[in-house]
Design a protein around this ligand. Structure first.
Ligand code: ZN
Length: 401
């Protein structure tokens, strides 16, 4: 756990944090805070999407907020769910998703707690759950990948129909020259990326491989970007809010963040448009991770380190997910009797491969998705257990058509 999270945990009431923190979170499932005010879809990618302003619940136990902005960002919950579906469709893995189901007039988790919850205990609890879920997602990404990216999903009603990408850089900061802008890296929500990148900060913000430029490559106008380096004099622009500031890397850590404010018509107003937008976001981050994280897109990320146990190791199968065949690599540091058992989620054995006694060395087994009779299995999750003498190790594999 990062130090900056400690302070927050101390502030939380013991009763509900112990419930949230004691859980294990399985990608593909959904977890709720009290009264379903907040929901968390755990992921297994280095991406988290948050939706603070798309909720619709108006419980009477929480009075209306009396100051601050209370406008709902229409369809941003639906947009965020579409993004989850699109990313899974493309990769077979899930981004982390945190959603506030409370209408913004009851809770604004993208403001600090005083303005966001306005003193009501149930709003404060939902606010705390929302940010605790984000921190659980961040800790999971850091543990799995060492870094990650948070995207805070919003909708704006400004005149100019373009995405407004917020890195905590004000409109007037973006009006500066590239060399002046470069001095703002440490205050931005992509500070960690800037420190690790060979590119200049201004290139990261508005160069050919900036998020804005990648969105424009998809036909979605965005600022800042290569062709729109700043919002322009007198134009309204959102530069990022509480979530981007608290959970991005401006204050340390390896999770970068951006706030994306989307226009409504053509992006988030219909199912079909949300799906197109979600697919564009998937493509943009796939490319972004290739360029800036030096990964093989958002799906593979870094290959997990093989786990070495008692004289052997078993690496994650590759490719994974797979659709025709996948290869399992393993190695032995002493002569051993080896077998591989492939089984399904119900524990039924699909196939047993008795490899016999093997010498020290590295080996591979390629599974073509068939069972013991040679018939193709259905798509889904499978496990491969490597049995070496009395020890075994298991990996999870995803078979997609
Ligand atoms: Zn918003």
């Amino acid at each position: 756990m990062k130090t900056k999270h400690l302070k927050v945990f101390i502030l939380l009431s013991i009763a509900f944090t112990s419930v949230i923190l004691a859980q294990t979170y399985e990608p593909g499932l959904v977890y709720y805070g009290r009264n379903n005010y907040v929901e968390y879809y755990p992921g297994d990618l280095a991406l988290v999407f948050t939706a603070p302003h798309g909720g619709s619940l108006t419980p009477s136990e929480i009075p209306d907020r009396t100051y601050g902005t209370t406008v709902t960002d229409l369809y941003t919950k639906e947009t965020t769910i579409s993004i989850r579906d699109a990313v899974f469709e493309a990769t077979g893995k899930y981004p982390h998703i945190i959603i506030s189901n409370l209408k913004r007039i009851k809770l604004d988790p993208n403001r600090e707690i005083v303005e966001g919850a306005q003193g009501n205990q149930w709003a404060e609890q939902a606010w705390n759950e929302y940010h605790t879920f984000i921190e659980i997602a961040e800790d999971s990404m850091e543990a799995q990948y060492g870094k990650g990216f948070l995207v805070d999903i919003h909708g704006h009603g400004h005149t100019i129909q373009r995405l407004e990408l917020g890195y905590l850089l004000s409109s007037s900061t973006l009006m500066r020259t590239d060399s002046e802008l470069n001095t703002y890296a440490s205050t931005s929500s992509i500070r960690a990326l800037a420190e690790q990148s060979d590119l200049s900060f201004s290139d990261l913000v508005r160069g050919a491989n900036s998020l804005g430029a990648l969105f424009e490559d998809q036909g979605i106008s965005a600022v800042p970007s290569l062709f729109q380096p700043d919002p322009g004099e007198g134009n309204l622009y959102f530069s990022g809010g509480y979530t981007t500031s608290r959970h991005g890397s401006s204050g340390g850590g390896n999770i970068n963040a951006v706030q994306i404010e989307a226009y409504r018509v053509g992006l988030r107003d219909t199912d079909a448009n949300r799906q197109n937008y979600a697919e564009a976001i998937t493509d943009v981050f796939d490319e972004y991770f290739r360029v800036h994280y030096d990964w093989d897109g958002i799906v593979t990320g870094v290959q997990p380190e093989p786990l070495v146990i008692e004289g052997f190791y078993l690496a994650q199968n590759f490719p994974n997910p797979f659709n025709s065949s996948t290869t399992i690599h393993y190695g032995l540091s002493q002569k051993s009797a080896v077998s591989i058992i492939i089984y399904d989620v119900l524990g039924n054995t699909v196939k047993t491969i008795d490899a016999g006694a093997k010498h020290v060395g590295t080996y591979e087994y390629t599974w073509n998705g068939t069972n013991v009779s040679g018939n193709p299995v259905s798509t889904g999750v499978y496990f491969a257990r490597l049995q070496v003498g009395e020890y075994n190790q298991t990996i999870k594999m995803l078979y997609l058509k």
